[in-house]
Write a protein that binds this ligand. Structure first.
Ligand SMILES: Cc1cc2nc3c(=O)[nH]c(=O)nc-3n(C[C@H](O)[C@H](O)[C@H](O)COP(=O)(O)OP(=O)(O)OC[C@H]3O[C@@H](n4cnc5c(N)ncnc54)[C@H](O)[C@@H]3O)c2cc1C
Length: 304
């Protein structure tokens, strides 16, 4: 059963809207897993003011969900009620001032990292291996190889659910491991990072080392990255291995043979296959080691 079309009513209510507003937009194509149902309404704002206008005039009871590059996301098969917002061209700029980098939230982390490297700014190389956007890095406190977003963020800009432009300092982001404490319906629009002067060749070498490490240790296709957070002092992948789940299959979803904290969607997989596989792994780990693994991957929408 598809979700009712709310777009004509929204368009009538928002005559000055400039961005694209679509009904029933399939979301699977925007995710790394390539599965999932449609957005009831899908909005791509032109710029920050357009986004603020949209949120200010949206009925207050309509849920709002942001998506970035979909590299940490399972969209459930029944689709996402309310409005799903994806930032595009208007949020894609990068500005360098002294050792600081300001980037729009739709920018890929890797591109921001590359821009910093070219400008001789060290400290952002860790972003080069994370396949998401700056918006996703802010929401997830994305990190790798000993550094995370909270170590380099000066401030983030965003628009809250009431349509107010907001600036969040590093401490106001209330970061913790793969988590940000700002309300889930705030849409981040840009971020300013603090780097330090560095040698472009050395930073490039650091980025190349990160790339080759990843290529040999992680699947790079139809996955959501680390499925579960590492429990304090432990590695999720080891717990999954010890529970005998490496290579485990449910429907057309499989625990990666290469990295047991990564799930893979095979041809014809559904979001339900992937989520059921994740829950099966959690149950087996609980049985084997008594530990409750916590999902790192965000799951949005409703089951079919
Ligand atoms: C192969 C692979 C390797 C990975 N390696 C790492 C790694 O080393 N370290 C790491 O931390 N992660 C890793 N990830 C996970 C993922 O890339 C990160 O979590 C990334 O930060 C998610 O960004 P995204 O744009 O894809 O966000 P999405 O997956 O689209 O969304 C993730 C969350 O961010 C929110 N969000 C997205 N954009 C915005 C916005 N503009 N405003 C507010 N909220 C927003 C969404 O609502 C959702 O809650 C990996 C994933 C893959 C597939």
């Amino acid at each position: 059963m598809s979700l009712p079309d709310i777009v004509p009513e929204l368009k009538a209510r928002l005559p000055e809207l400039r961005g694209r507003l679509l009904a029933n937009q399939p979301l699977g194509e925007f995710t790394w897993f390539r599965v999932g149902g449609p957005a009831q309404a899908f909005f791509m704002p032109e710029d920050e003011n357009d986004l603020a206008y949209f949120l200010r005039n949206l009925p207050a009871d309509l849920p709002v969900t942001a998506i970035g590059a979909g590299s940490n996301l399972i969209v459930r098969d029944g689709g996402v009620p309310g409005v799903t917002i994806r930032l595009g061209r208007g949020f894609n700029d990068v500005k360098i001032e002294s050792d600081c980098v300001t980037a729009g939230s739709a920018m890929l982390d890797a591109m921001v990292s590359r821009a910093a490297q070219k400008a001789g700014i060290a400290g952002l190389a860790f972003l080069s291996g994370i396949p998401g956007t700056i918006g996703g890095a802010l929401r997830m406190n994305g990190g790798a190889y000993g550094a995370e977003t909270k170590d380099v963020l000066i401030e983030a800009r965003g628009v809250d659910r009431q349509g107010n432009l907001r600036t969040y300092s590093n401490s106001q982001m209330r970061f913790s491991y793969r988590h940000c404490g700002v309300p889930e319906d705030v849409i981040f629009t840009s971020a300013t990072f603090q780097g330090r002067a560095g040698d472009p060749a050395e930073i490039a070498a650091e980025m190349a080392a990160i790339k080759s490490k990843r290529e040999t240790s992680q699947p790079r296709n139809r996955t959501g990255g680390s499925t579960f957070k590492n429990p304090p002092g432990m590695s999720a992948w080891k717990l999954v291995d010890e529970a005998g789940c490496r290579g485990l299959k449910v429907g057309q979803a499989q625990v990666s043979d290469l990295h047991s904290n990564f799930l893979i969607s095979l041809d014809g997989a559904t979001a339900a296959d992937i989520e059921t596989l994740g829950e099966t792994v959690r149950a087996r780990v609980k049985e084997k080691s008594g530990i409750d693994l916590e999902w790192e991957i965000k799951r949005i929408g409703i089951t079919r």
